[in-house]
Design a protein around this ligand. Structure first.
Ligand SMILES: C[S@@+](CC[C@H](N)C(=O)[O-])C[C@H]1O[C@@H](n2cnc3c(N)ncnc32)[C@H](O)[C@@H]1O
Length: 251
């Protein structure tokens, strides 16, 4: 009898969040609309949530992960282009940079900032040939994809042999006191400040959604195993400032 391969079940980054988008099928459209509407405020929120350290951190993480001038870089979930900006600051040529994101609103900000090649699309289906990039990065977007397995298979495919992967994420703290403080900060204080200063309901909602997806995200071990299952090598996680996770791997 022929051996039939068992289909691999999708690995969602978190449970469906009915309180935000009702049915699971509505998730993609909900996330897209949220980022479209919050796009003009995104950089402000990113700086607020990190006490102004976000951009120096992006640059430092890319440098420590081995990004160097001469490399071809793909920034998946490029958003307003803060990872690409960090790459330019590290001396990469604009012509070696590509960014991808599903949100037209975020891409419009990105285009104004970096002038790099930008493509509208999703990480789970990358419109690039296999073996194109020396380095692929993804900043704070793992929680927004439909299926981590599909995403990791695509990230692996578009990297050149031995190419490098860096995924930045925020991970919920394990200690109850730190968890409580972070919940208060991100679910109450930052949305309130955002509403007061920006008067944009979508941006305040984005911050609340951000927190819930962090709190509900699959644990780091599941992310590391999924990367290994897609044939990445040298898979590891580095943590910074307790809550910042850097997932590193090579093709
Ligand atoms: C929190 S922002 C991160 C932006 C940028 N990487 C940064 O470091 O600031 C998350 C981004 O993920 C994008 N996104 C949502 N779903 C996605 C998907 N399926 N594939 C790729 N990007 C996605 C959103 O449009 C948004 O721009």
């Amino acid at each position: 009898m022929p051996v039939t391969e068992k289909p691999v079940a999708p690995l969602a980054p978190h449970r469906p969040l009915a309180e935000f988008y009702g049915a699971p099928a509505a998730r993609g459209q909900f996330v897209n609309q949220l980022f479209d509407e919050a796009a003009p405020d995104y950089d402000w929120v990113s700086a607020l949530m990190s006490f102004g350290t976000d951009q120096a951190y992006r640059r430092d993480a890319l440098r420590r992960a081995g990004l160097q001038p001469g490399m071809k870089l793909l920034d998946v979930a490029s958003g307003t282009g803060l990872m690409l900006k960090a790459a330019l600051e590290l001396g990469l040529a604009r012509s070696d940079l590509a960014g991808l994101d599903p949100s037209q609103g975020m891409l419009a900000q990105n285009h104004r900032r970096n002038g790099a090649t930008l493509v509208q699309g999703r990480g789970e289906r990358l419109p690039f040939q296999s073996g194109t990039f020396d380095f692929v990065c993804m900043g704070y977007a793992l929680r927004h994809v439909e299926d981590l397995r599909e995403l990791f298979a695509e990230l692996h495919r578009v990297l050149k042999p031995d190419g490098r992967l860096l995924i930045l994420e925020v991970t919920r703290p394990t200690r109850p006191m730190a968890l409580g403080l972070m919940r208060f900060y991100m679910h109450t204080l930052v949305p309130a400040l955002t509403w007061l200063c920006r008067k944009n309901t979508a941006t305040a909602k984005l911050v609340k959604y951000y927190w819930v997806t962090i709190a509900e995200c699959v644990p780091p071990e599941a992310i590391l195993s999924a990367l290994e299952a897609e044939n990445f090598r040298e898979v590891r996680r580095v943590t910074m400032r307790t809550i910042l996770s850097e997932y590193l791997a090579r093709r």
